[in-house]
Design a protein. Structure first.
Length: 657
């Protein structure tokens, strides 16, 4: 229920002389209820519009300033400019009016809180929530910039968060000015809030849309970290830092922020306006891309990742004693200890493997495959990292560093000693005692270190994710599939990449063909698998290129940096086309199989599709190989090498996170 310009608490002198005098003037049109806040450019009152019986917020230009004709006209001009803006994420202005000595405008009353209040009361926002909010603000600024309006004072207290919907609305275009008339508004004073000013605004230079993007970058920094890039005892000190010092990377203050979002924020905070995103609309697109990676997992996969993927629970404690009983029985039967030991150690491997295979069978029964697990574990690890960022310091504590060092010494030194002992002629009792003491200290300390590490990172889920997405997981699913009925219940999926969904459908259709037909199309599964892998590698490459393009401004000059920018975008477009070609080739194979099954196709036409798909795969391989050679030559740090196996376990984007 707050509105902009909250320099003074709402409870401060709610019925002062100005309140009474203003209400007297507005009697019959508006009924003032209370003061919401005030700042240098106005006082905001909560009021009820009598004729329409609705709540509105009235912003009153201070009468002392309104008495100055130049300032009065400036306020009216800017209010009318803002009133022309009509956008879902801009607080609408209903009327701009003058009554006697009072100049004011009526705007929508938003039930909720400002971004500043949200961060001050509850701390930094989760990265996904912040990205969504920033995208909505970027939409609003992009629309305003298209209308020729620059906000000039983008800050947390001018961004309202609607309580009912969470929608972000930008308010207080009261000091905004038309771009083409920006120089006419320079009155000698610095307009804006020092902590959120752009370098050009702080220096008194001409302000344009790029200035708003810098301020939005500072807002993003604040929303994600709870602080601002620059602080100082005086406003002049803060302004000087904005003009002369590079902004610190957001990763240093909010390590849990995903790398994609961190790069966008850092790009907005560039000193040179040309190095920031090309516009608010482009910034909104980049933020939208980060949100598209947040996929909601189906219940079955979520339950598997959280619980069923592990061998734990009270029942697991019974396995060793039961195996010992069985081992003693086997040893007694064979009258030898060797079969008993073999039974015990084989059971330690086979019993957990059997449990995990039964869990994999349960996943197969509801229509999921091994290839779904990489996305599922990645999503769960990323979500857990965000949640931990608000309860635990993402940086290792002093205690954690000490326990890690003690554990490394306590385990490492005795292990080295064990390795070297056979080469020594004699080993003293003192040496053995020291090594034993180190081991006795090291192993418990290692357990303590893992417990401390688990508070910062979900190493349990990371471990099981690597196990399930690697060769062991594929082996467990093969075992599970051998005892599964031929038909599994189809499961609606919302998270599978397109190429994976098409490939799985094609493999299912191929398996339903008669054996003789499958023999004629024997290489089809291999072609489908290759295309799927190629498409996933191209998708990964495309995401990496998008990350780099975010950091490179879109300009059309002929200097080296501009040529690099063009080359990166050309490379991105090429990769995007190859990805589309690979997915189209997979789709053609699936359609061919559908026609063949319905009697409308032929093996010959499907063989032609396979040949075309093979050519697409070769083109993709050549492209990727060429990119690897170029990167090896240039040692380009911004693009990591293409993963050889797209189905292997992966870690989420880390901004730190």
């Amino acid at each position: 229920m707050n509105q902009p310009n909250r320099g003074t608490p709402a409870g401060a002198a709610p019925y002062d002389d100005l309140f009474v005098a203003f209400q007297t003037t507005l009697a019959g049109r508006y009924s003032l209820e209370r003061e919401l806040g005030r700042g240098g450019m106005g006082i905001v009152y909560l009021a009820r519009e009598v004729r329409l019986d609705r709540l509105v917020a009235l912003k009153l230009f201070p009468p002392a300033l309104a008495a100055v004709p130049r300032l009065r006209e400036r306020f009216l001009r800017e209010a009318r400019t803002a009133a022309r803006l009509s956008h879902p994420h801009i607080v609408p202005i209903f009327t701009v009016d003058e009554v006697d000595r009072y100049v004011f405008f009526a705007m929508a009353f938003v039930e909720g809180e400002t971004l500043g209040q949200r961060v001050r009361t509850r701390g930094p926002m989760p990265p996904s929530e912040a990205a969504r909010m920033l995208r909505e603000v970027a939409w609003a600024l992009g629309y305003a910039h298209e209308q020729g309006v620059v906000h000039r004072d983008v800050k947390p207290d001018n961004i309202l968060l609607e309580a009912a919907t969470g929608r972000a609305l930008v308010a207080d275009f009261g000091i905004a000015g038309l771009q083409q008339d920006a120089t006419t508004q320079q009155t000698g004073e610095v307009v804006g809030t020092p902590e959120f000013m752009s370098p050009e605004q702080a220096g008194g230079a001409r302000v344009d849309a790029q200035s708003d993007l810098y301020s939005l970058g500072v807002v993003a920094f604040y929303a994600l970290s709870g602080g601002v890039p620059f602080t100082g005892a005086k406003s002049a000190e803060v302004l000087a830092k904005h003009m002369t010092q590079p902004a610190p990377p957001i990763a240093e203050h909010a390590p849990a922020v995903p790398r994609r979002i961190a790069r966008i924020v850092d790009a907005c905070l560039a000193k040179d306006p040309a190095e920031r995103p090309a516009g608010a609309a482009q910034l909104a697109e980049q933020l939208a891309a980060t949100l598209e990676h947040r996929k909601e997992l189906p219940v079955a996969l979520r339950a598997f990742v959280k619980h069923d993927a592990r061998v734990d629970g009270p029942g697991v404690l019974l396995i060793p004693p039961l195996l010992m009983v069985a081992s003693v029985g086997v040893a007694s039967f064979f009258l030898a200890v060797e079969p008993g030991f073999a039974t015990f150690f084989a059971g330690l491997v086979l019993v957990p493997a059997g449990i995990l295979a039964s869990r994999a069978r349960g996943l197969l029964k509801v229509g999921f495959e091994h290839s779904d697990l990489a996305v599922a574990f990645k999503t769960e690890i990323e979500r857990g990292r965000e949640e931990r960022a608000f309860s635990v310091n993402p940086r290792p504590s002093v205690l954690e560093r000490i326990t890690r060092l003690v554990a490394a010494v306590g385990i490492g030194v005795p292990l080295v000693a064990v390795i070297l002992t056979p080469s020594l002629s004699t080993v003293s009792r003192t040496f053995v005692t020291i090594m034993s003491v180190l081991a006795a200290i090291g192993w418990p300390t290692a357990i303590g270190y893992l417990a401390l590490l688990q508070r910062r990172r979900d190493i349990d889920t990371e471990f099981w994710g690597k196990l399930w997405t690697g060769p062991i997981g594929r082996w467990l699913f093969r075992i599970a599939r051998t005892v599964l009925p031929k038909r599994a219940i189809p499961q609606a999926m919302t998270h599978r990449p397109t190429e994976l969904a098409i490939a799985m459908a094609a493999e299912q259709l191929f398996a339903e063909l008669p054996k003789a037909t499958r023999r004629l199309l024997g290489d089809l599964p291999a072609v489908v698998h290759r295309l799927e892998g190629d498409a996933q590698r191209m998708r990964t490459r495309l995401e990496e290129l998008q990350d780099v393009v975010v950091e490179v401004p879109a300009r059309s000059g002929e200097n080296p940096s501009d040529r690099v920018a063009r080359q990166l975008r050309e490379e991105r477009d090429t990769v995007q086309k190859q990805l589309a070609d690979a997915v189209a080739a997979l789709e053609n194979i699936r359609l061919g199989l559908l026609r063949l099954r319905s009697g409308g196709g032929s093996v010959q036409s499907l063989t032609t599709d396979l040949a075309a798909a093979g050519a697409v795969g070769e083109a993709v391989d050549l492209l990727l190989e060429g990119q690897r050679e170029v990167e090896a030559t240039l040692a380009r740090p911004a693009l990591p090498p293409v993963p050889a196996d797209p189905t292997a376990g992966s870690t989420p984007d880390e901004g730190p996170a």
